[in-house]
Design a protein around this ligand. Structure first.
Ligand SMILES: [Zn+2]
Length: 242
């Protein structure tokens, strides 16, 4: 299983740095996971080769490019057949509200924590996260290898049990510094990401969703302080094997 980093900017994109988005690949199966602004035009493959889309929640930095894909897959001589889309119901409702109809390019299935789907050779299990809107984290399994993507979350909730012992925890790290100083409890500091990764026995930790105004090297340093070993950054345009 391979994860392509399409975008890793937290909260908003920057030039050359899309917001949240990955392509999870196993064999000939490619799933676009989170559609933050800038990700559609930065997909590592022809968008028509995307087999399914997973969106964690309705915040625009995770779903806005569903609209870009809608236009690309709809307004052309040969519109795409419906692409499976898995997301909380609120994502679909907002998308339909924005364009005043159901976009025919998607075949939507609502998901909540505990739901499981198989997408080609990838198995995905969703968990409810600690965030102010319905948000799903996702456990990706193929060939006994496991990747857990936190999407946006605070430290609370029982999502950690789904991430127990994963090979790679792909974790948000929206904040630097002491968790006690957080302005907003439902995101993670880099040090919390490291501590949780250590607590659940994650083999590797990759940080994402770091806002453009923060120093990524400080985030890595603070996460390493609690994780106890090397931490990697999700860098757009790169990929890693799980
Ligand atoms: Zn969010």
């Amino acid at each position: 299983m391979r994860a392509h980093v399409v975008g890793a900017s937290g909260t908003f994109p920057a030039p050359g740095k899309p917001a949240a988005g990955f392509v999870i690949e196993q064999g000939s199966t490619r799933v676009w996971c989170d559609a933050g602004p800038g990700t559609f035009m930065s997909l590592p493959v022809d968008p028509d080769l995307i087999d399914a889309v997973v969106v964690s929640h309705v915040h625009p930095d995770h779903c806005a490019d569903l609209l870009a894909a809608y236009h690309a897959w709809t307004y052309r001589p040969d519109p795409r057949d419906p692409v499976p889309l898995f997301a909380p119901q609120s994502v679909w409702d907002k998308l339909c509200g924005f364009i005043d109809k159901e976009p025919a390019c998607y075949a939507f299935t609502p998901v909540v924590g505990g739901d499981e789907v198989s997408l080609g050779s990838l198995d995905v299990r969703f968990s409810d996260m600690d965030h102010p809107v319905p948000t799903v984290g996702s456990l990706w399994t193929a060939n006994n290898r496991r990747l857990y993507y936190t999407a946006d979350t605070g430290p609370e909730g029982d999502w950690r049990s789904d991430a127990d012992g994963v090979h790679v925890m792909l974790s948000e790290a929206s904040v630097l510094g002491d968790p006690a100083d957080k302005d907003f409890s439902q995101h993670l500091t880099a040090s919390e990401a490291g501590q949780i990764a250590r607590d659940i026995g994650a083999k590797n930790l990759v940080l994402t969703h770091i806002p453009p105004y923060l120093d990524k090297s400080v985030a890595v340093s603070q996460a390493e302080g609690t994780f106890g070993k090397a931490v990697r950054l999700a860098v757009p345009g790169t990929s890693f094997d799980i």
